[in-house]
Design a protein around this ligand. Structure first.
Ligand SMILES: Nc1nc2c(ncn2[C@@H]2O[C@H](COP(=O)(O)OP(=O)(O)OP(=O)(O)O)[C@@H](O)[C@H]2O)c(=O)[nH]1
Ligand SMILES: [Mg+2]
Ligand SMILES: [Zn+2]
Length: 374
């Protein structure tokens, strides 16, 4: 197993410094070896740093150092990925690999995840997608100003969206904290801070300017050696800028935001796990276009009414019933004739357990012009 010989990739710290504790995984590791018929003398543990078309980049021990290798899924594992998308490796996963060719290993199996962040994949119905795995802390970043450095704007603040994030993080077993970034550009910051502190324990909310560099120290204390923290939030809120601040170098590319609307430009394009000098592990993620909520309970309804599930993400209240609540995006869509009124009625009936709509019944028949004439 010769490591990837890319001069841009320095030797890595050993796997133990990436959060792998042999004692903690011993039973799971042995169980997987038995289940998959793997030779325990051949296989070893690794951790997924990033995902690429060809497979997962993992860190695996090579002598007393860590080395970065490309891990390609075995045939058996590939099959399990087809059966359930959740078996696709995610950044932060601890995995079992066996030797292959130079710079490559075979990914045999994923060790059970302690925590994970799951969302329904954007635009693909409700196929769940594991965003990151084995994270202790999730830093939700929301910007108090739209555009980047130098100009004021409306910001990204939306309490309902933060509540959806909090639910996703807690459902996945990790601890959420909230960072209000770009506080240097916002005059109402104390008021928003106060509101934010009603959504989660007050000590878990931070006000910061990543460019001016204040408010970061208190947050840094939450990032513990050997623990993994993921940064999540919309594009352009400053996740990569924060990472670079913490690292004291340009680990990740941070980008400008669009002048005209202050929206981020999706500078970060993939999730990646970094190790900071102090030993904390940080996963930077690209801005999320859609915070979909996925839980087993919602799955059935969301599958029947994907367009309503998508609209509901924009409702002002995270628990909107699409009745007479203000800011209901679903009723707005009905008003604009973008969603047939009957669809909403069928949804409400199905949700309240009155009628179970037959699968695919009476969709907007435009979508299905070939089927039955009436
Ligand atoms: N004024 C001000 N600007 C900031 C702050 N944090 C980030 N910025 C600027 O906002 C812009 C976007 O920052 P990024 O770190 O690339 O944002 P991101 O969240 O990583 O965005 P994506 O990678 O697209 O998801 C950059 O121009 C930063 O300099 C802040 O606290 N205050
Ligand atoms: Mg970024
Ligand atoms: Zn609604």
């Amino acid at each position: 197993m010769t490591p990837v010989s890319d001069p841009a990739v320095p030797p890595h710290a050993p796997l133990a410094d990436y959060g792998y504790a042999p004692a903690r995984f011993a039973d799971d590791f042995a169980a997987l070896c038995t289940e998959y018929g793997l030779d325990a003398a051949q296989v070893r543990p690794a951790r997924v740093l990033s995902m690429h078309y060809g497979g997962a980049f993992v860190v695996v021990d090579d002598g007393d150092q860590g080395a970065r290798m490309l891990a390609k899924a075995s045939g058996v594992h590939r099959k399990s990925m087809r059966e359930d998308a959740r078996n696709t490796p995610a950044v932060g996963d601890f995995v079992v690999v066996s030797p292959a060719t130079e710079g490559e290993v075979v990914l045999e199996a994923i060790l059970p995840r302690r925590t994970m962040l799951v969302r329904k994949a954007a635009g693909e119905g409700v196929v769940p997608q594991v965003l990151v795995a084995n994270v202790d802390l999730v830093v939700i970043v929301t910007a108090l100003a739209g555009p980047g450095e130098g100009s004021a704007g409306t910001g990204d603040w939306n309490a309902a969206r933060i509540e959806r994030y909090l639910r996703i993080v807690r459902e996945g077993g990790a601890t959420p904290v909230l960072v209000l970034s770009k506080a240097d550009l916002c005059e109402d910051r104390e008021a928003i801070l106060e509101e934010a502190r009603t959504l989660l324990p007050p000590e878990d909310v931070y006000l910061a300017s990543f460019t001016e560099g204040w408010g970061i120290e208190a947050l840094t204390e939450r990032l513990k050696r050997g623990e993994t923290t993921a940064f999540v939030g919309s594009s352009g809120v400053g996740k990569s800028t924060l990472l670079n601040r913490l690292a004291g170098s340009e680990l990740a590319r941070a980008g400008a935001v669009r002048e005209k609307d202050g929206k981020g430009r999706h500078t970060t394009t993939h999730r990646e796990l970094f190790r900071l000098d102090g030993g904390a592990l940080v996963i930077d993620t690209p801005g999320m276009r859609e915070v979909g909520l996925y839980s087993e309970d919602d799955e059935h309804l969301a599958r029947q009414f994907p367009e309503i599930a998508e609209l509901a993400a924009e409702c002002r209240y995270s628990d909107c019933k699409h009745g007479d609540e203000p800011g209901c995006a679903v009723r707005v869509a009905v008003g604009k004739k973008k969603l047939p009124k009957g669809r909403l009625e069928a949804f409400v009936k199905a949700r309240d357990g009155l009628v179970r709509p037959p699968p695919g019944s009476k969709k907007t028949s435009k979508n299905n012009p070939k089927k039955g004439k009436g």
